[in-house]
Design a binder for this molecule. Structure first.
Ligand code: GLY
Length: 405
């Protein structure tokens, strides 16, 4: 009897989760696209496709493009957090123009990437596997990728520990932190909510929610800016320290970190229908949009609190992630807020598609965007093209095309 009751309760909460998500999807408003921005982004998408045809010629078979510096392509191997973005971008470009060249190159890279489904040494499996295999699944509507995605979700889940209630981010630098969780990790949760829907395994869903909830509790300042790293006591889950690794200082707002937070909570609202995630996403958006250091062209400096803003590099990757998130958020937000979010996304896309950021055909090593920042405090990848900037820029432009004409 008790067992039957338990099963019924589980089933009810499980169904609630799916229905809530469905209802939310229906509540999404479709705002109108600005014909001028559509023209700009369609032309930029064609330019992007041309760039990737060039990039494809230079990428070694088993490697993944990372950046182009000093006239050289720099690559990464499949365990890198960036490995999914190149096949992901190729697939998005295939979605745009149906060119089999993109599909074939993407499928080649998926073969190399596939083994990472069993990688339990990284929290980046969402970036790596969902942007790539998840996009392939969405486009080709095949079950062929389901085992890869489900194994990836299972591997990622192994990094969740009940005592802390969060997925552990990094294993390196044990002298610096004990159980680090970085804001970027919000982006990996979509793999789990998707896997839960497909498999019926509610543990994936519960992990994603617990992670997102504790991140709300511990990762944000009262103004809704986010810390980069929170270090937890692995035995008790107590917060030990609030730090940065890639930002200007522990108390600063690293631009891409704010972008991951914005995108992460918008996505979690879409995936769960839980209003607190929408509220959070709107607070984060408002922090970004109202920030006195956000330049008029809406492309953030690499850190909102970087000293000497006029000399600080901009980060196109942060703008690309923010624009994609703001387009989605605009459809969820009531009243004029949605319009403001969309207008800001449009301003970002307009500027990213200008000669300042969008590479001239045949330049930039085949990457699409110029002027991103990877890891400034380490002196690494400053003011360069980056594969993830390209991915989120193309995603944002495709999202823009789904708005009402
Ligand atoms: N997830 C690493 C970064 O944003 O640089």
């Amino acid at each position: 009897m008790v067992n039957k009751l338990n099963i019924a309760c589980c089933l009810a909460s499980f169904l609630c989760f799916f229905f809530a998500a469905d209802l939310q999807a229906q509540k999404r408003k479709t705002l109108k696209a600005d014909p001028e921005i559509l023209k700009i982004t369609d032309s930029a998408l064609s330019r992007s496709a041309g760039q990737y045809l060039q990039l494809m010629e230079t990428v070694p078979d088993t490697l993944f493009p990372r950046t182009f510096q000093n006239n050289r392509l720099l690559t990464a191997t499949s365990p890198s957090w960036i490995s999914g973005f190149y096949p992901g971008t190729l697939l998005l470009l295939y979605e745009f123009n149906n060119s089999n060249k993109f599909k074939e190159e993407a499928l080649k890279k998926l073969k190399v990437l596939k083994k990472e489904q069993f990688n339990t040494g990284t929290h980046d499996l969402g970036f790596m596997m969902y942007c790539s295999f998840g996009t392939a699944k969405r486009l080709f509507k095949t079950k062929a990728y389901d085992p890869v995605l489900l194994n990836s979700a299972a591997s990622l889940s192994q990094r969740f520990h009940d005592e802390v209630g969060l997925i552990r981010s990094w294993d390196h630098k044990p002298e610096k932190w004990k159980y680090p969780v970085i804001i970027d990790n919000m982006m990996n949760l979509e793999l789990l909510t998707w896997a839960s829907r497909l498999s019926g395994n509610q543990r994936f869903y519960n992990i994603a929610k617990q992670h997102a909830d504790l991140t709300i509790k511990n990762h944000f300042r009262p103004d809704y800016s986010s810390y980069h790293v929170i270090d937890y006591d692995p035995k008790t889950g107590k917060v030990l320290n609030k730090l940065t690794e890639q930002g200007y200082s522990d108390e600063s707002a690293w631009a891409r970190g704010q972008a991951w937070a914005l995108y992460g909570y918008t996505m979690m609202y879409r995936e769960t229908g839980d209003a607190k995630y929408l509220e959070m996403a709107m607070h984060i958006a408002d922090y970004i949009l109202k920030h006195p250091n956000l330049p008029a062209d809406k492309i953030p400096y690499w850190d909102f609190n970087a000293p000497d803003q006029s000399a600080a590099p901009r980060d196109a990757s942060a703008a690309a992630v923010m624009s994609s998130a703001l387009i989605e958020l605009s459809g969820f937000s009531k009243g004029d807020k949605g319009k403001v979010y969309l207008k800001t996304a449009e301003a970002m896309l307009r500027q990213l598609s200008s000669p300042e950021y969008l590479a001239q055909p045949g330049t930039n090593g085949g990457f699409i965007l110029k002027h991103s920042v990877g890891f400034l405090p380490a002196g690494s990848e400053v003011d360069v093209p980056l594969s993830y900037a390209d991915y989120y820029y193309v995603e944002a432009m495709l999202r823009y095309r789904t708005l009402k004409k």
